[in-house]
Ligand binder design. Structure first.
Ligand code: GLN
Length: 498
């Protein structure tokens, strides 16, 4: 049994020194899933056999390498590391459901680009994690296939939509996880569960094989226990893929920066914008811990200045309309013929009607209808065009802020993990995306790290950076992480389940 929750760095050390084999490590995580996941519900599918097979391959790499030093130098830092994959990222031979009835038996004939990349780096996929249906939601409560609870408090939500990925890592059921983030879906659950999540610059990580929600904002994100772990996973995922036309290759310096083991960076003179007017949207602990993070950055030599950002209300409204519009068009393919089975009817209209009515849950239906309305010819698409203009405005304003600052500091989301739904109106959940959507609307990178807790549950803070500014964000966050470690230990209940 593991005594404490392990990071990628811990696992790698143990593997390189041959204190544990990749197979044993994978078995430990599978045992933990067996022991805990009935209660937590992080996984929709566990692929134990495939995982053991992959771990054996990793072991053969470890035994072939002559000595510890050459192993440690090996750039495949993820070799033999067990991870969890959100169930909207397709995996050949392992079902991909998007937590939707309409895809519950869907098995993809190919792997997503990120899965291929992790495969070739030797990482071991343990299974697929629960989420809100088609990634629409903030609490995992819109999954049609399972319920996930917060590892520290079973009466609370792990967040969403990547709630299963967050819960898996927080409960020691995976070393790291892949999530996706269209409006905060990786950062908000990471904040709720005390983890690190990077929403990379749009296009940096190829979306090939990520089931589309709102393609112009969808990103795939590493979710990890530490900043250093996050850097290692992003290094393995980044870079253009010809099968995703929106993917981009960053400048060479980016790759040099991301690969380097971070030195202790000097933050003297770094300019940090602190989002103004956040108190309206935060609970007391989240606010206090965000302000404390700002003070710590000042102690590290940063210049922190309060700065007005584009209206958070406008940002949220823009996000809601744009994603609804894109999703209504993206989800048109689920018609019971191309995707989804078992629908009855004599005509296309009947079959599609039957498949979609029985296949989609309430939240997905709400968004498709909202989106169809925003795009409808009857309105001459005027809502959509208007909202695209507002988005452009937000983008220009944010770019202007980023010209003056190295990063923007803000709470990731306004509260600690909320109680599991009990008749609560789902619309209220949109509020939890108020801060996260800036990064999606603009394509800028944003990094969530734990900022402390309320005495029991974690709070989170985000650093938003320049396009391709991921390395800079990791550097700043790493210093904050060091300074906050003691506080987090005092303010967050320790997970004692392992
Ligand atoms: N909670 C947000 C929503 O419901 C974010 C979703 C996401 O990032 N996939 O739209």
């Amino acid at each position: 049994m593991m005594k404490e929750l392990m990071t990628i760095t811990d696992c790698r050390k143990a593997l390189c020194k041959r204190e544990i084999s990749a197979r044993e490590l994978t078995e430990l995580y599978l045992q933990q899933i067996d022991a805990r996941d009935r209660e937590i519900g992080a996984y929709l599918t566990v692929c134990a056999e495939k995982a053991i097979q992959k771990a054996k391959e990793a072991d053969s790499i470890f035994t072939r390498s002559a000595d510890v030093v050459s192993l440690e130098r090996n750039s495949n830092t993820l070799c033999g590391i067990p991870y969890a994959c959100k169930d909207n990222i397709v995996t050949k031979g392992v079902r991909t459901t998007c937590a939707s009835r309409i895809l519950q038996d869907f098995v993809s004939p190919y792997d997503a680009a990120v899965v291929e990349r992790l495969q070739s780096s030797g990482a071991v996929m343990l299974g697929k994690t629960n989420m809100d249906e088609f990634a629409m939601g903030s609490a995992c409560e819109h999954s049609a296939l399972g319920r996930t609870v917060h590892p520290l408090d079973p009466a609370r939500s792990p967040g969403g939509s990547s709630g299963g990925s967050a819960a898996a890592v927080a409960a020691g059921e995976a070393v790291f996880a892949l999530g996706s983030d269209t409006g905060g879906s990786a950062r908000q659950p990471a904040s709720f569960c005390g983890l690190v999540a990077m929403k990379p610059t749009y296009g940096l990580v190829p979306r090939y094989g990520l089931v589309e929600f709102a393609s112009s904002m969808d990103t795939i994100c590493p979710m990890t226990r530490t900043v250093e772990d996050n850097r290692m996973v992003l290094a393995a995922l980044a870079g253009a893929d010809p099968r995703d036309m929106t993917s981009v290759t960053p400048p060479n310096e980016w790759f040099e920066g991301i690969k380097r083991q971070s030195l202790v960076p000097d933050l003297k003179g770094k300019r940090i914008a602190m989002a103004a007017d956040i108190s309206r949207f935060c609970d007391a602990a989240t606010l206090a811990n965000t302000l404390r993070a700002a003070r710590m950055l000042e102690e590290l030599g940063c210049i922190v200045e309060e700065t007005e950002l584009p209206s958070p209300d406008h940002a949220l409204e823009t996000y809601v309309i744009l994603t609804a519009a894109e999703s209504s068009s993206n989800l048109a393919r689920y018609d019971g013929i191309r995707y989804g089975t078992g629908a009855n009817g004599e005509s296309y209209r009947e079959i599609a009607g039957c498949a979609r009515t029985t296949g989609f849950g309430e939240e997905v239906t709400r968004r498709i209808l909202t989106g169809a309305y925003a795009l409808s010819a009857a309105h001459g698409g005027k809502y959509f065009h208007k909202i695209k203009n507002v988005q452009r405005n937000i983008l220009h304003q944010m770019d202007a802020v980023m010209e003056r600052y190295d990063a923007i500091l803000m709470p990731t989301t306004g509260s600690v993990a909320f109680p599991l739904a009990d008749g609560e109106k789902t619309e209220n959940r949109y509020d939890s995306d108020r801060f996260t959507v800036y990064a999606n609307l603009t394509g800028l990178p944003a990094l969530q790290i734990p900022s402390g807790g309320d005495g029991k549950l974690p709070t989170g803070v985000s650093l938003l950076g320049r396009r391709f500014g991921e390395v800079e964000l990791y550097r700043i966050a790493q210093r904050l992480e060091e300074m906050l470690a003691e506080k987090i230990a005092e303010e967050v209940t320790e997970y004692g389940g392992v």
